[in-house]
Design a protein around this ligand. Structure first.
Ligand code: NAD
Length: 657
């Protein structure tokens, strides 16, 4: 059943692409090296492609490609380039009229190229998009931000930008052997991703699309680092058993590192850009080959004394063994190390400790600090021992607490976190792995929350939510100083209730309830989801509403109306934020015995309420927290604009006879 559906999807995709109603694309490929040439061949074979303009850095190469259909400097085969391909040595000629730009140049050539494209962007077709195939990471120590090539391209050109990463050896692609790859995209760029998928679909090349651009790019950048470990092991004459260990433990470090940046480990374990590309790179990649030569040079000449000497050694090896080709692998090893070091210096131990990544650390130490290559074997032993302890801790955590979903690596802001339902939610999200940011007007209860949670996993900010200026100043300041892991989860829980008969309801009670329950929630959500959109992050927001949002309960006029507003705001927010990959839902609890409820409900009223609930019990803070964490998690990735009743059936209405 499953396979016939997949087969059907495949034949639909192929039929869709080969029918004439698909608008055929004019593609410009930047970079005519070995990989650029192989990719050009794939693109030129796709039914969705009209023509391919290939930019070469020399006119002699362009002439050879146009006249002989070969590129002998990089590829020995004949007839590499189908007739749809025209080579150019001028950027302007190659981008004119293009609606897809494919970037396949070494990252150091990119900045001037992007400047030139920017200047001539009026020559591009109106619906132009960019596909980056560059596997390079960058670290800006001033802002402490790790950026990817797609970040740089989309910032510079302001065009929808997706990436393509996968296990793709150019020699096999030239021979038209089967290969797959992954296209990573931000939710807002879904149509660009589909167009990219179409031009990369041929008889022998297939791509899947993945709504996690950062994850896909990190797969590409980080597997290059791990491939150095594989090469070091080869240089030490280790065999396949060692290599298998490098791949397993390396994948784990890649996924753990990326979780810190809010990336799901699913991308690493399930996509071809993850496990697929790592396997390939560790067995036949060029970085592995270079690292093997690095060990041989170490054995012959001894360790380098400084980072500069080490850099020179890598560069010389590129010249000697790769004909001067530039690899991102050893640069990325430094980027990863520098980033981890800065994060743990800024946030203290527990957050991205270099020691928790024995492979990444050993790779850096060998590559830059003159450590003996055998350090990598010690690191493997440490990594195996470390993974035991980690699993043990994880299982204790799950049993002792109630960890229903995995929110590791996410930063979650919870309002009203000092006590009651908000406190339970904050504790539960922490147990699920999130870094919690607790907001409340009461610093004492916030401090207590912080002391309860593991060191370094909870920040607290005292804010009076009635004061929008205070919200803006303190939250903006927090987001600026903690930009490495932006807030991607938000729970608006703080709330106040003043139950009064209609004629006795005061303007003060109105302002208080609408101020905290509605206005602050509106403003905070606007502030935080705006930053999610700016950083192109998926996010999830949950507002704590109430059963009374749909039930007309006596004395609840302002409170009920404020919660009804919250439900409706969530629906409109879900509508407007959905295209950015941000979900918004509400949870509607029945009575929970917190301070708020005990101040508003007497014993008799509680008994009446309990008897009106089909399950004949009140809700607990844990009931609410479990619903919230599920809605926040990827498990609910298709749920938005909904309102989940945690009320034992009370708001269904209806009465027993
Ligand atoms: N307890 C219930 O029966 C019940 C039922 C349904 C919905 N709710 C909703 O759940 C949410 C939490 O309620 P609770 O029962 O935990 O209440 P609670 O009174 O125990 O906790 C509310 C928290 O919000 C904080 N807060 C209040 N005003 C604030 C302000 N101006 N600035 C910053 N923080 C402020 C308080 O300091 C407190 O820590 C509320 O939105 C409430 O409407 C509660």
């Amino acid at each position: 059943m499953h396979s016939s559906t997949a087969r059907q999807r495949l034949s639909n995709l192929t039929r869709h692409i080969s029918t004439s109603n698909v608008k055929r694309e004019t593609i410009c490929v930047l970079g005519a090296g070995s990989f650029g040439s192989a990719i050009t061949r794939v693109l030129a074979q796709a039914p969705a492609t009209e023509k391919v303009n290939l930019l070469c850095n020399r006119s002699s190469v362009a002439d050879e490609i146009n006249n002989l259909r070969t590129n002998r400097q990089y590829i020995k085969d004949d007839n590499v380039f189908p007739s749809k391909v025209t080579a150019h040595s001028s950027l302007i000629n190659s981008i004119t009229g293009a609606n897809i730009i494919v970037v396949v140049v070494p990252s150091n050539y990119l900045p001037p190229l992007l400047d030139e494209i920017k200047e001539s962007s009026h020559l591009l077709a109106k619906n132009a998009i960019v596909i980056s195939l560059v596997k390079s990471l960058h670290y800006d120590s001033n802002s402490n931000k790790l950026t990817t090539i797609c970040d740089e391209i989309s910032k510079k050109l302001n065009l929808p930008t997706v990436c393509l990463m996968g296990p793709n050896i150019y020699t096999e692609m030239i021979r038209d052997e089967f290969a797959e790859a992954t296209i990573g995209y931000c939710p807002i760029d879904i149509s660009a991703a589909i167009r990219a998928q179409q031009v990369f679909t041929t008889d022998t090349f297939r791509v899947s699309i993945c709504n996690d651009r950062l994850g896909v790019e990190l797969c590409g950048g980080l597997k290059n680092v791990i491939s150095l470990a594989s090469g070091f092991c080869e240089g030490l004459h280790q065999g396949s058993n060692t290599k298998a260990a490098v791949i397993r433990l390396g994948l784990k470090e890649m996924a753990t590192f990326s979780k810190h940046l809010g990336v799901s480990s699913k991308t690493f374990y399930e996509e071809s850009c993850g496990i697929g590309d790592l396997l390939l790179t560790c067995t036949v990649g060029r970085g592995r080959q270079l690292a093997k030569s690095f060990v041989e040079t170490y054995n012959a000449s001894g360790p380098c004394q400084t980072i500069q000497d080490s850099t020179l050694r890598w560069e010389n090896l590129e010249n000697d063994t790769l004909n001067g080709m530039k690899l991102p692998d050893w640069h990325n090893a430094k980027v990863v190390h520098d980033y981890m070091l800065n994060v743990s210096n800024t946030h203290g131990p527990g957050v991205l400790d270099v020691d928790s990544f024995p492979l990444f650390s050993a790779i850096y130490n060998i590559s830059y600090l003159g450590a003996p290559p055998s350090t990598i074997l010690d690191a493997l032993k440490i990594a195996v021992a470390g993974s035991d302890t980690e699993n043990e801790i994880a299982s204790v955590k799950v049993e002792g607490a109630f960890r229903n979903v995995d929110l590791t690596g996410k930063r979650a802001l919870v309002t009203g976190a000092g006590q009651g339902i908000g406190r339970a939610i904050a504790e539960h999200l922490s147990q699920c792995g999130a870094h919690v940011v607790g907001i409340d007007i009461n610093m004492e209860t916030l401090k207590d929350l912080q002391n309860t949670l593991p060191d370094g996993t909870c920040d607290v900010i005292k804010i009076n939510l009635l004061n929008t200026k205070e919200i803006e100043t303190k939250i903006t300041n927090y987001m600026q100083t903690n930009s490495t892991t932006p807030i991607s989860l938000l729970v608006n829980c703080a709330g106040v209730a003043k139950f009064q008969p209609f004629f006795e309801t005061t303007p003060e009670a109105f302002d208080l309830q609408v101020g905290v329950n509605v206005k602050a929630l509106f403003y905070l959500t606007q502030l935080i989801t705006k930053s999610m959109v700016d950083s192109k992050m998926n996010g999830s927001v949950v507002h704590i509403s109430s059963q009374s949002s749909t039930l007309p309960l006596a004395d609840h006029l302002i409170y009920s109306s404020s919660k009804a507003t919250v439900d409706h705001m969530a629906r409109i927010q879900a509508f407007e934020l959905g295209p950015f990959g941000i979900r918004v839902n509400t949870v509607r609890p029945t009575v929970v015995l917190t301070k708020l409820a005990l101040e508003q409900w007497d014993e008799k009223a509680l008994e009446v309420m309990k008897n009106q609930i089909p399950l004949r019990k009140l809700a607990t803070t844990k009931d609410v927290a479990l619903a919230v964490s599920w809605l926040l998690s990827d498990e609910a990735s298709m749920v938005t604009g909904s309102s989940l009743a945690v009320d034992g059936g009370r708001s269904m209405g209806g009465y027993g006879l």
